[in-house]
Design a protein around this ligand. Structure first.
Ligand SMILES: [Zn+2]
Length: 251
């Protein structure tokens, strides 16, 4: 990933992050040069978008075909009452540009399909899946493996959150690990949980894009909100995986 110079205003805007030991202006410039495909602009996606925008990711391509509903306002802090009934992709694009004019935001109000997923991922450095729809997760995983892109995968339901990073050639992909995910794409969820998991997801994205390296390849981080603790499970590559098995042979 090439870097892009920061303007004086951007240096000031991100100064607290740039001052961080191990981060600095070089990592911030890498962040500016990066493009992220963010699938899903519900409560989890909107939390991620807000963090990535505020911290200076250069370009964000947000994909969601749905419209803002009253139930979204319980957890999706990006939206307002006046947005009800409007396409999430359009509202998100406008609002995110207001938050940080230095960042490029591209809203795509479409369904992800096997025909467009590779084009949507093209030119991106990272894919983030917040859709809560497992057949679409499979498509995003396929694009990540084909294009050798890291894929951060998060899910929230009731009071629990799960988060991991799939990186083709470096660890398992989604198809190696078959998640025990809820089949319902609108699960019951406590309001602040998407914000908690969205912040953790964003930190992992910054680590990847800024060059610190991922923390969650081969690790599934689980947050149990009812009892307030984290636990984790090891995820191992499956040598017989039909999606990424060929990469494991090459490595
Ligand atoms: Zn795999």
């Amino acid at each position: 990933m090439s870097t892009r110079c920061l303007s004086p205003a951007e240096v000031t805007r991100y100064s607290r992050q740039i001052a961080l030991d191990g981060w600095g202006q070089e990592a911030q410039e890498k962040l500016k040069a990066s493009r992220v495909l963010l699938a899903g602009m519900g409560s989890l996606g909107s939390a991620v978008a807000l963090h990535l925008l505020a911290t200076g990711v250069g370009a964000l391509r947000v994909v969601d075909k749905s419209r803002v509903s009253l139930a979204d306002l319980n957890g999706a802090l990006l939206y307002r009452e006046r947005d009800l009934g409007k396409p999430k992709s359009t509202v998100a694009e406008r609002r995110l540009k207001e938050i940080n004019p230095f960042v490029t935001v591209e809203g795509q109000g479409k369904t992800i399909t096997e025909h467009n997923v590779h084009r949507l991922a093209s030119g991106c450095h990272l894919i983030i899946d917040t859709l809560q729809e497992e057949h679409l997760a499979d498509l995003l995983n396929l694009a990540a493996v084909r294009q050798r892109l890291p894929l951060i995968h998060a899910r929230v339901g009731e009071m629990d959150g799960r988060l991991t990073t799939f990186w083709p050639g470096q660890g398992p992909c989604l198809a190696c690990y078959l998640p025990k995910a809820p089949g319902n794409c609108h699960p019951a969820v406590i309001g602040p949980l998407p914000g908690i998991m969205g912040a953790l997801l964003s930190l992992e994205a910054l680590r990847i894009l800024g060059g610190l390296g991922p923390a969650l390849v081969g690790r599934l981080l689980i947050f149990k909100g009812r009892w307030f603790y984290f636990k984790e499970e090891r995820l191992r590559p499956n040598p017989c995986c039909p999606v990424c098995g060929f990469l494991q042979v090459l490595s």
